[in-house]
Write a protein that binds this ligand. Structure first.
Ligand code: ZN
Length: 378
């Protein structure tokens, strides 16, 4: 007999109305919250340093049984710049779990800042310009080559000596969409590429340090698990302040049905066979990699990316284009280039109290529902 399902976060109120916008205070709050609620805490330093030379760490907080058969894993900051609201939602989750008795064979592992360098420097990618979410077990796989990106790289990453023109980008991009179709452009730009080390969504040549540390810390904790649910928190996809679950199987699949049952009413986008989808299938994603690893061991496992929408796609594209140029050719100490970086960061954590409140509350309510329906009551 299982214990009755724990109800986490019902009628919850978030404790902090404003999202912290820098790495250090977010990490400090996460560590303090983990200690306050009796979680086990692992702090994993990476070699790269922050803007003030400070040490950067991935932090794991684990609650519940050390020999759990059922587990929820919640990741944040795979894309560093997207981490700030996600960090707060993780703290709220820990605080609520801390006041709840977990079922005897359940564990919750909350991973803060998978990409701490990106969080500290306000970049999506890590210290080597690698998108960690195209890099899971990269050393063990040779991904299919993204030919479309070869054609798009010079457009996405122009070799201008001054900040490039967004109007030029949009004009050429509009022409390409008309000629080749939106799906071709979107997949080319976002699916991941492995040849242009200074380009967008570069997946790297080998498994990056953050992913190696994560794998080494997480897999032993998950070894006894017979049912795993992974939620990877992101911001920037979907309508303003709305939640979307990204699922890498098609409509009607077991994966899709699982997530629809766990989080009723939350929009689901499928990366495959979904005419409504605005995301391309990707390789090397962390949450899906963890799921597949556990499934290969014979256990039941599910994974999703939980997104909170921010600004419109075109605004994000333009901000990403300029920020990537500043990274490649600019100088973040110059006021106009620093402003590009600030605008880019605001695309993922809008300077809007209502958005921040909706994002944190929304993520917490989905995590709560997923924990209750997908882990605690199974
Ligand atoms: Zn993201």
């Amino acid at each position: 007999m299982h214990d009755p399902p724990a109800q986490v976060g019902e009628n919850h109120h978030v404790t902090e109305p404003r999202v912290q916008r820098s790495y250090g205070p977010c990490r400090a709050r996460f560590q303090a919250t983990a200690r306050q609620c009796g979680a086990s805490l692992w702090t994993l330093p990476i070699a790269a340093r922050g803007p003030a030379g400070e040490v950067l760490t991935i932090d794991l907080a684990a609650m519940g049984s050390h020999r759990a058969r059922r587990a929820l894993v919640v990741l944040s900051g795979v894309h560093g710049v997207e981490a700030f609201a996600c960090s707060q939602a993780q703290c709220e989750l820990l605080a609520h779990l801390g006041s709840t008795r977990l079922p005897a064979d359940v564990a919750v592992v909350v991973v803060h800042a998978v990409n701490p360098w990106g969080m500290a420097w306000g970049r999506r990618q890590n210290e080597s310009n690698v998108d960690l979410n195209r890099n899971w077990r990269r050393s063990a796989v040779e991904p299919t080559h993204n030919h479309a990106y070869d054609e798009l790289h010079h457009l996405a990453c122009p070799e201008t000596t001054e900040l490039p023109s967004v109007d030029d980008l949009l004009e050429v991009a509009g022409r390409l969409v008309a000629e080749r179709g939106l799906d071709w452009v979107r997949a080319g730009l976002t699916a991941g590429q492995y040849r242009h080390a200074d380009g967008l969504h570069y997946g790297g040549e080998r498994t990056e340090e953050s992913n190696r540390l994560l794998e080494a810390a997480l897999l032993p904790l998950l070894a006894p698990v017979e049912q795993l649910v992974v939620v990877d928190l992101h911001t920037g996809h979907g309508p303003w302040s709305e939640l979307t679950l990204l699922v890498d199987h098609g409509p009607g699949s077991d994966d899709s049905r699982f997530w629809a049952a766990c989080a009723p009413g939350v929009r689901i986008e499928h990366a495959r066979d979904d005419p409504e989808a605005t995301v391309a299938p990707k390789v090397g994603q962390i949450a899906n990699g963890l799921r597949d690893h556990v499934r290969q061991g014979g256990a039941v496992a599910w994974s999703t990316t939980l997104e909170v929408g921010t600004v419109a796609d075109l605004e994000q594209l333009a901000a990403t284009y300029l920020e990537q140029w500043v990274y490649r050719r600019g100088d973040r100490r110059r006021p106009d280039h620093a402003e590009v970086c600030r605008r880019f960061a605001r695309c993922f954590t809008p300077d809007d109290a209502d958005w921040q409140q909706a994002a944190v509350t929304g993520m917490l309510s989905v995590l709560s529902a997923v924990f209750t329906a997908g882990v605690a009551s199974s």
